[in-house]
Design a protein around this ligand. Structure first.
Ligand code: GLP
Length: 261
């Protein structure tokens, strides 16, 4: 795992967009894992800009989102499908049939989850997975006590997540109480991943996830198992990290980061 600290949320999200753009240039048929949430919005804005101004080509990419609300169709403006169309897919040259999210209104959700895993496997797995972190330390909708070996499944959402996300609904009580999410193990299978955390509200949980003990109470801590995981944070989200000076030194001195400095 590596931690990169940027001065503010704007530069942190632009850096993540640049890392994605570089991956797409290197492998035009990249299998890209995507995340939703407020943190990701500026990343997608920047990717749209790079597509329009620098002609970044998404035509051969396939995407898989981490999660979706159970019970919401893609037409529902609160669904993650709707979020992805609005913030990214409608503005780039990706073929929508190559963009995948779990179907929240599938009749048989257990089958839907198994099919989602099979579809990821049929694309030879996810090359690069983007992640945010929930206020309870979740990745995707892997709430506390989700098994590190979990795969895509239906997950009841806990109180912290409902408090975090329900203000985004017109009527907060309409927020679904279940999500369909890639499992922790599905995420760990990605070939590389980037977790972006910005703002002081994430500082404490981020430090626990990155530097604390491995625990299924904070599913983001499972990323300590990942062989190619980069944590990108702004100053505000970094304040509780003990190893800040070391992370800064690596970023300033290691040749692999030269193009991002
Ligand atoms: C939701 C998503 C997560 C995301 C989290 C953070 O719960 N399921 O994948 O990481 O929100 O959201 P935000 O970026 O709005 O803080």
């Amino acid at each position: 795992m590596e931690v990169v600290i940027q001065k503010d949320s704007d530069s942190a999200s632009k850096m993540v967009a640049k890392m994605v753009a570089r991956a797409v240039k290197i492998k035009p048929d990249l299998v890209l894992g995507l995340a939703t949430g407020r943190t990701m919005e500026p990343v997608y804005t920047e990717l749209v800009r790079i597509h329009k101004e620098e002609k970044l080509d998404f035509s051969a990419c396939r995407t898989f989102n981490l999660d979706e609300y159970a019970g919401l169709s893609g037409e529902n403006k609160h669904s993650y499908r709707h979020f992805m169309n609005r913030h990214l897919f409608d503005h780039i040259n990706i073929d929508k049939k190559n963009t995948h999210l779990p179907n929240g209104t599938a009749k048989d959700l257990v089958k839907e989850c198994a099919d989602y895993e099979a579809l990821i496997a049929s694309c030879c797995g996810i090359d690069l997975q983007l992640l945010g972190i929930g206020s309870d330390g979740h990745i995707g909708f892997n709430e506390p006590l989700s098994a590190f070996r979990s795969r895509t499944r239906v997950q009841p959402l806990n109180k912290a997540t409902i408090e975090q996300n329900s203000p985004l609904f017109d009527r907060p009580e309409e927020m679904p109480r279940h999500g369909i999410t890639m499992g922790v193990s599905t995420i760990l299978d990605s070939k590389s991943c980037i977790l972006l955390a910005t703002g002081d509200a994430k500082a404490e949980i981020l430090a626990k996830a990155v530097e604390g003990p491995l625990t299924s109470m904070i599913t983001a801590s499972a990323l300590q198992f990942h062989e190619h995981c980069t944590i990108v944070v702004d100053e505000a989200a970094s304040v509780k990290l003990q190893g800040k000076e070391h992370y800064r030194w690596v970023f300033e001195n290691e040749p692999e980061w030269a193009e991002f400095r």
